[in-house]
Design a protein around this ligand. Structure first.
Ligand code: HGY
Ligand code: MN
Ligand code: MN
Length: 418
């Protein structure tokens, strides 16, 4: 524990100000990746950084990097990151807390003129949510070499707008090559987005890793026709088999307490009250903390959809896996530093794995990485009423400060108190 503490009220007021951008009807946030609202939020963040003399650098996929110099510029930086894009009806803390806590750490270093051996940086990753453009964790995935820049630039949203076009709108196409900036270690503060910390009255989650994720597009195709004349027996109606596929997904999710199965999107095409649809497309999100168990869930889904495809007269039922994020283990030294800081500061803490995906999952593939969680009211997230209390924001940012200073080789006078 460094004896220093962040300025909690300053961080809390920044969270409130950021929430004004892309504010949604019921107190949440709507800043879809690479939308004007997302860009406005990024510009506000860059302006706040500029007020303290920190300039932002951006890469060709739109990731932002803000550096506070250390004594030795040759040492790879300690990077504190997360994201500013949100779900359509997102909350004010998902991603934003991690980015603004990173700025709070830099400001605290400035406030107390703390010198570090290594630079300390903030990273704002493009399109962590995957709501508008898939996959999720897109910008960090390109930075870490998981996705190629070319294939990612060609990804389009539901209205056919490519990532490249949106990046070009804001000039990010003029950025540096993704992955060209060195990173020494990576830290991310995030709300838990689940109920455990609140249920156990813990302030800090020591995040040891993250569960595996698989995304799919499930398509049932028949032939659209008029809702009136065509007798039921002659129809090639995909909606007739919708219940069979949704029940299959829930059977897979309910078969194991640690399994998760979600159908987030169902699209009927063409979507007119008096046209029997020609096609139904569903998204499927499967997760499990054990890779082999997720593989078994994948096999069940694949085999049973193939079976349905054989028996559903006149229909084509297909399943395409569109993303796989494997199980992640974070760096033991970093998780140890998180645990030690929480203990030294008297914060109740517990080890846990992350149920949600995060940019840290990609960073952990290339550098030592870890996360710090704080509780979520009622365990609710990806929802306008998402909330975490000011004291938890302060606790999480203090732990982030301690670990960042330790990893950056801060020149902290023993026992100094700020
Ligand atoms: O999908 C996730 O878990 C993250 O919110 N992108
Ligand atoms: Mn997030
Ligand atoms: Mn999210």
């Amino acid at each position: 524990m460094t004896g220093y503490s962040v300025n909690g009220p300053r961080l809390w007021s920044r969270l409130k100000d950021m929430a004004e951008i892309g504010a949604s009807a019921n107190g949440g946030s709507h800043r879809l990746a690479l939308s004007q609202d997302d860009e406005d939020g990024r510009e506000l963040f860059v302006a706040w950084c500029g007020n303290r003399g920190f300039a932002a650098v951006f890469d060709k996929i739109g990731n932002l990097f803000v550096r506070r110099a250390g004594r030795n510029p040759a040492v790879p930086p300690v990077v504190i990151g997360s994201h500013l894009d949100t779900q359509p009806n997102g909350g004010r803390f998902d991603g934003v807390l991690g980015v603004l806590a990173g700025l709070e750490v830099l400001e605290t270093l400035e406030d107390f003129a703390i010198a570090t051996e290594a630079p300390v940086e903030i990273a704002v990753w493009t399109n962590e949510e995957g709501a508008r453009f898939q996959p999720a964790m897109m910008g960090s995935g390109v930075h870490c070499g998981v996705h190629s820049l070319a294939e990612t630039l060609a990804v389009t949203d539901a209205s056919g707008i490519p990532v490249a076009q949106e990046l070009g709108r804001y000039g990010y196409d003029k950025g540096i090559e993704p992955g060209s900036r060195a990173i020494g270690s990576y830290l991310e503060l995030h709300i838990e987005q689940g109920p455990i910390l609140e249920q156990e009255d813990k302030a800090i989650g020591v995040v040891t890793g993250g569960q595996a994720i698989r995304w799919y597009t499930l398509t049932l195709s028949g032939e659209e026709t008029h809702a009136g004349p065509m007798p039921m027996a002659m129809r090639r109606d995909p909606v007739r088999h919708l219940a069979a596929v949704t029940q299959l997904v829930y059977r897979i999710g309910l078969a194991d307490l640690d399994a998760r199965a979600t159908i987030g999107v169902i699209e009927m095409r063409p979507g007119s009250i008096n046209v029997m649809p020609g096609q139904v497309r569903l998204s499927v999100d499967l997760r499990h903390p054990d890779e082999a168990a997720l593989e078994r869930m994948h096999d069940t889904l694949t085999e049973e959809i193939a079976g349905l495809n054989k028996t559903a007269e006149g229909l084509d039922i297909s399943l395409e896996q569109t993303w796989h994020s494997p199980v992640v283990a974070f760096d033991a030294q970093l998780t140890g530093a998180v645990r030690a800081s929480a203990t030294a500061r008297g914060y109740a803490a517990r080890d846990m794995a992350s149920g949600a995906g995060h940019d840290a999952f990609h960073l952990a593939k290339v550098v030592p990485a870890t996360m710090v969680f704080v509780p979520c009211r009622d365990g609710i997230s990806h929802n306008e009423r998402e909330y975490t209390a000011p004291e938890h924001v302060q606790a999480g940012a203090n732990v982030l400060l301690d670990v960042a200073l330790q990893m950056a080789g801060a020149e902290v006078v023993a026992g100094a108190t700020a």
